[in-house]
Ligand binder design. Sequence first.
Ligand SMILES: O=P(O)(O)OC[C@H]1O[C@H](OP(=O)(O)OP(=O)(O)O)[C@H](O)[C@@H]1O
Ligand SMILES: O=c1cc[nH]c(=O)[nH]1
Ligand SMILES: [Mg+2]
Length: 208
Amino acid sequence: MDKSVTVISHPLVQHNLTRLRDERTEPQEFRRVLSEVAALMIYEATRTFAVEPTTVTTPLARTRGSRLRREVILVPVLRAGLGMLDSILQLIPHARVGFIGLKREEKSLQALFYHQSLPKDLSKFEVILIDPMLATGGSSVAALNLLSELGAKHVRMVNLVAAPEGIRRVRASYPDLPIFTASIDKKLNAKGYIVPGLGDAGDRLFGV
Ligand SMILES: O=P(O)(O)OC[C@H]1O[C@H](OP(=O)(O)OP(=O)(O)O)[C@H](O)[C@@H]1O
Ligand SMILES: O=c1cc[nH]c(=O)[nH]1
Ligand SMILES: [Mg+2]
């Protein structure tokens, strides 16, 4: 299997994923659980962040330490990526936040771009692209292309659920991009939904 895809098998992640899959989970609970699972996933997704040595003076002595080498920017894909943002920010409070707005057109399944707010130059950042769903991969590739046009060099992606088709599509353009997911599901259905999946993540989050 693809070495750049990490399936996070931690029991708490899998427990929460199952709650999110459950069709009876209402938006209020869905928001809470998605937020919790995002925090657990980010712990794993940041494990390979580049660090550099530093020194620090404790009340008792000078000692060696370590600090992140690059600034961090979180980039949720609107809307559903917003559901993972707050809890990740709690863990990386110094991170900046950029936004990419994409909406998948129902019939063509093309990702339509409608918003971006990002720094002009992303080259110095550790970028984390956040979206609960990687389905056909159209939205992810569109977001990754934009990040790449802005010079991003250190990008990783966090998707709660990924379809094999989406991973293949991302791989065709970004062969080494690290992808962190809680599950590689079975397939896409005829309407481009992930099966078994959890339905439309944006709708389940916001009730619309
Ligand atoms: O891999 P793809 O086939 O492109 O599908 C995945 C995209 O679909 C969902 O967003 P959607 O377009 O439903 O927008 P929303 O978050 O506003 O509901 C999801 O959050 C991804 O961004
Ligand atoms: O299953 C899917 C596919 C695309 N977007 C979603 O929110 N869910
Ligand atoms: Mg949606």
